[in-house]
Design a protein around this ligand. Structure first.
Ligand SMILES: *[C@@H]1O[C@H](CO)[C@@H](O)[C@H](O)[C@H]1NC(C)=O
Ligand SMILES: *[C@@H]1O[C@H](CO)[C@@H](O)[C@H](O)[C@H]1NC(C)=O
Length: 305
C-alpha cells in the first residue's frame, strides 16, 4: 500500500527556522569566526551558568631540566686529574632561575650514548607539560664507526635524516647523525608539551698557550646544534658564542683561572662553571625566548649586560 504524501504542517518548519536563527545569532556575535576566537571562548557548563576558571600556562610552576655531558654535570668530569675539583655549569643554573632546576647531565656522554642508555626516556618520564629542557651535546660525538664502534660516535655531517652503519659490541646497528638524535627526541618532548631549548656546546679555553691566538671560530657541533634547533623550530642558545664573549672580556689570565688543569682546555672548575652558567643566562635573555621570564632578576645583576 502506498502511503499518501506527507501533508505540510507548520510544525515541520520549526527545525530549519531554529537553525537559521542560531546561525544569525552566532554570526552576529562573531562566534566561531576564527579558530583563535573559538579557543578563547569560555565553555559554559550545562546548567551552571558560569564559565570555568580560565586556563593559564602558569597554573603550576614548571621545572627546568638539563641534559648534557661533563661540561654541564655535577663534578664536571669522571676522568679528570685526581684531587682536582672540577664542576659543570648546570650546577650553577639554580642560582639564576626562579623555577626548580634538575640536572640529568652525565660525564662522557654523546647524544647517541645518552639515547642508547635510555636516558632521554628517563627524562621524558620525569617531565610535565610546560616544563623546559635544555639539550646540549657535541663533545663526545666525534670518532670513527669502523672497525671499532664505541657506541658514542655519530654519523658525520649536518643531515638530520641521514643514517649510517655502526657495529656496537659486534652487532650491526643503525646510527643517526647528531641532528638526527636530537631532532628525534626534541619532537617527542614537543609532543608532550615540553619546551625544548637546544644549546650549542660550550667553548674550551679560547686562548692559545703558545701564541696570541684566540679561538673564537665555532666548531661543527655548534653549527649542527643551530641547524637542528631551526629544523625543529625550538629556542636556540648559542652558548659557545656567549662563552667566547665572556672569555674575551676576562682576558687570557682571567680565563685560565676557570680551568683547574692547564693542559685540560675543556673542563672547568666552579668559577668556570659559574661563568658558563652566566653566559647561558645572557644567551637566554638576549635571545628573547620563553625561558627568559623565569630568570631571577636579582641574579641578572651578577650576569651583567
Ligand atoms: C627516538 O627517541 C626515543 C626516545 O628516547 C627512542 O626510544 C627512539 O629509539 C629514538 N629513535 C631513534 C631512531 O633513535
Ligand atoms: C639527507 O639524507 C637523506 C637520506 O639519506 C637524503 O635523501 C637527502 O637527500 C639528504 N639531504 C641532503 C641535503 O643531502
Amino acid at each position: 500500500m502506498i502511503s499518501p504524501p506527507a501533508r505540510f504542517t507548520p510544525r515541520l518548519l520549526t527545525i530549519p527556522v531554529t537553525f537559521f536563527l542560531l546561525f544569525i545569532i552566532y554570526s552576529h556575535h562573531g562566534i566561531f569566526t576564527t579558530l583563535e576566537q573559538y579557543s578563547k571562548t569560555p565553555i559554559l557548563l550545562p546548567g551552571s551558568g558560569q564559565s570555568p576558571p580560565p586556563l593559564t600556562h602558569e597554573a603550576s610552576t614548571p621545572s627546568l631540566h638539563l641534559i648534557g655531558d661533563s661540561s654541564m654535570c655535577k663534578g664536571g668530569t669522571n676522568d679528570g686529574v685526581k684531587g682536582v675539583k672540577y664542576e659543570g655549569w648546570g650546577e650553577f643554573m639554580k642560582d639564576y632561575f626562579t623555577i626548580p632546576v634538575v640536572s640529568h647531565a652525565i660525564s662522557g656522554r654523546s647524544c647517541r650514548m645518552y639515547s642508547r642508555e635510555g636516558r632521554f626516556d628517563k627524562v621524558l618520564s620525569l617531565t610535565n607539560p610546560n616544563d623546559y629542557v635544555i639539550i646540549q651535546f657535541g663533545r663526545n660525538e666525534k670518532g670513527t664507526l669502523h672497525p671499532k664502534d664505541n657506541g658514542k660516535t655519530v654519523c658525520p655531517g649536518p643531515n638530520i635524516t641521514e643514517t649510517c652503519d655502526g657495529n656496537f659490541q659486534g652487532k650491526p646497528t643503525t646510527v643517526l647523525t647528531f641532528g638526527g638524535y636530537i631532532s628525534n627526541v626534541t619532537r617527542i618532548f614537543k609532543e608532550k608539551g615540553v619546551n625544548v631549548i637546544i644549546a650549542s656546546p660550550t667553548t674550551n679555553n679560547a686562548y692559545s698557550f703558545s701564541s696570541d691566538r684566540f679561538f673564537d671560530k665555532p666548531n661543527e657541533w655548534v653549527g649542527y646544534s643551530e641547524g637542528v634547533a631551526r629544523f625543529e623550530e625550538v629556542e636556540y642558545v648559542d652558548h659557545f658564542k656567549y662563552g667566547i664573549e665572556m672569555m674575551r672580556k676576562l682576558g687570557k689570565e682571567g680565563t685560565q683561572e676557570l680551568f683547574p688543569v692547564k693542559s685540560d682546555r675543556s673542563h672547568t672548575n666552579a668559577l668556570g662553571a659559574d661563568m658558563m652558567a652566566k653566559a647561558f643566562v645572557r644567551g637566554v635573555v638576549c635571545g628573547g625566548g620563553g625561558l627568559g621570564k623565569w630568570v631571577d632578576g636579582k641574579a641578572m645583576e651578577r650576569v651583567g649586560g
